[in-house]
Write a protein that binds this ligand. Structure first.
Ligand code: CTP
Ligand code: MG
Length: 554
């Protein structure tokens, strides 16, 4: 049976069970027709979680004999999928068809005997493979093919952008290169599942779920892995437990607040990851943040992880972004371009500070697409009104209801190209009245700003919060300045008859550092401008006034 399984598997190594169109995030390959999406966000999550529970991670020697390894593992059960990748050495992800195979493998696995160090005997699903006789085992000397887990923006990619036919072509190339892959998604769910095993030592029915860019359809290779420790499922089925004359409750310890409980739980899990977690290094407990978290690096997968608890609203926001990202293929394309542009110009950073975040930028793109005429995306209130009784969701007093069946949402009538939308995004925010208006995707309209923060973006599910509260005046000014400059560059390109593959144009030009004095000279409304440039600027302005007037009338 195992030879049969091996043969089937090797004939198509790394075969994905799900097709690309079925990725969480509905990542439809550009150019492919979007099919109706029948899976809800929670169905996708459930499927991926179950797949991860049947998977293991193995750290392998450099010249691992792939066939022999698979043959060896097949003794424990059928393998449905496998792939190799590099992160501090070669690693393999092996997915069995049944969970029981892992228990069988664990039974046949040794705890290492260190000569100078003493191992902590924690038996996980993260294994280390040793070759008994290295010289015999690597007979053909071929190295395994590794799936790519990072894809930096480099000169080669810029060149490929320059060779594209249009800005739209450039955007699609950028997205295809940078988006998280099927394998990377599997690895993210597997890493959460490995951490869940550790947390389950204390809370046996807890779950650890990925959220943020790993699942919201806007994930880029190399983005952090946000994890959410969910203890809420433990309290489920309480109705069935209240039958009879008595009410049986657990004897528990009590603390003064939910935040306190979260801090205590995370402190212990953090300690546990630090002491016993295979591959968990640089564990930092950041418990006094607004949202307490444990930050660590997972060496096996190479992910920088942020583990939070009691963070259900953030999970719901990820679902909301997933819905918006799946509704229209232009949304992901635009969000990828804007996120990448912002990172290239230092508008976002991996270090916390007064910068804009990817979350804020994504909401800005959604808002801009709601404001087009006709709109590309509906308001959050519209998505709420389409919801049925099963979608009802209230978290900490906030109504977070949103329709889960995407087939109920009417497709947009807007047919604008990505060339136009990208340029108009920069034009729109280059001239937005940040001093007066708040960005509100619930209404799909700007509202009066409730406070004096430089930029106000209402949190979709916690209306009292400003998502960009951290952003200071000078960061906002940089954003506006760069947005104007970018609108100008895209407009200038539009006038050219042929695109050059030698000089960055379109999106490739936007991803280059801007020369300061050039930008000063070209900043709208400042410095000498030629007649042609002035006309171009006027036409952009007229266009945008027309659009905003039309939207106001809606
Ligand atoms: N979040 C939030 N409010 C904020 C910041 C974040 O509710 N002010 C939630 C959002 O659901 C967001 C998630 O926390 O998606 C993770 O935040 P973060 O890692 O900053 O954003 P990502 O979307 O994951 O983007 P990145 O690729 O930068 O990690
Ligand atoms: Mg993140």
């Amino acid at each position: 049976r195992f030879l049969d399984c091996l043969h089937r598997h090797l004939s198509s190594p790394g075969t994905a069970i799900l097709k690309r169109e079925e990725l969480p995030g509905g990542s439809v390959e550009p150019g492919l027709q979007e099919k109706p999406n029948n899976k809800t966000f929670s169905e996708v999550q459930k499927e991926r979680r179950e797949q991860a529970q049947r998977s293991i991670l193995i750290s392998c020697p450099k010249e691992v004999p792939e066939k022999k390894l698979l043959k060896h593992l097949c003794r424990h059960g059928e393998i449905t999928n496998h792939f190799f990748f590099e992160s501090f050495g070669i690693h393999a992800v092996i997915e069995f068809s049944r969970k029981e195979s892992i228990a069988s493998l664990q039974d046949a696995t040794l705890i290492p005997r260190g000569e100078t160090e003493f191992p902590i005997p924690f038996k996980s699903r993260f294994f280390h493979l040793n070759l008994k006789n290295p010289s015999n085992q690597t007979s053909d000397g071929t190295l395994v093919q590794c799936s790519n887990q990072s894809s930096p923006l480099n000169a080669d990619l810029i060149q490929r952008l320059c060779n594209a036919e249009s800005v739209e072509g450039q955007i699609n190339t950028l997205m295809r290169t940078l988006q998280i892959t099927e394998e990377n998604i599997r690895l993210r769910y597997l890493t959460c599942s490995l951490i869940e095993d550790i947390a389950a030592a204390y809370f046996p029915s807890c779950t650890v779920k990925p959220f943020g860019s790993s699942v919201n359809s806007f994930g880029k290779l190399g983005c952090d892995l946000d994890m959410f420790l969910d203890l809420d499922d433990i309290g489920k089925n309480s109705a069935a437990k209240t039958a009879g004359p008595f009410l049986m409750e657990y004897q528990v310890k009590n603390v003064p607040s939910e935040r306190w409980a979260t801090q205590k739980i995370l402190a212990v899990i953090g300690e546990c990851l630090d002491n016993f977690g295979p591959g968990c290094v640089s564990v930092q407990k950041i418990l006094h943040a607004r949202c307490p978290l444990v930050r660590f690096s997972h060496q096996g997968s190479g992910f920088q992880c942020d583990l939070t608890a009691n963070n259900r609203i953030a999970m719901k926001s990820s679902e909301l972004l997933y819905i918006y990202g799946t509704l229209d293929s232009r949304v992901r394309a635009l969000v990828f371009s804007v996120r990448c542009w912002a990172r290239q110009h230092g508008l976002t950073s991996s270090i916390p500070g007064a910068w804009l975040t990817n979350f804020s930028l994504t909401i800005m793109v959604i808002f801009f697409l709601q404001k087009r005429c006709p709109s590309v995306l509906p308001s959050l209130d519209y998505l709420k009104n389409l919801a049925d009784a099963r979608d009802k969701c209230v978290i900490e007093g906030n109504d977070c209801t949103v329709v889960s069946n995407l087939n109920r949402i009417k497709p947009s009538e807007n047919t604008e190209t990505l060339d136009i939308l990208l340029c108009q995004f920069f034009e729109y925010f280059g001239n937005f009245s940040f001093n007066k208006n708040s960005i509100n995707i619930r209404k799909g309209k700007e509202q009066n700003k409730p406070d004096s923060s430089p930029i106000h973006i209402q949190n979709p599910f916690e209306p009292a919060l400003n998502v960009s509260r951290n952003v200071n005046e000078s960061q906002l000014e940089r954003f506006v300045h760069l947005a104007r400059e970018s609108a100008w560059i895209l407009q200038e390109d539009k006038g050219q008859s042929s695109k050059s593959s030698h000089h960055p144009w379109g999106l490739a030009a936007l991803l280059q550092p801007f020369v300061l004095n050039k930008s000063k000279a070209k900043k709208p409304g400042r410095g000498p401008t030629s007649e042609a440039v002035r006309k171009l600027l006027e036409s952009i302005k007229a266009d945008s006034t027309k659009h905003s007037a039309a939207t106001r009338e809606k």
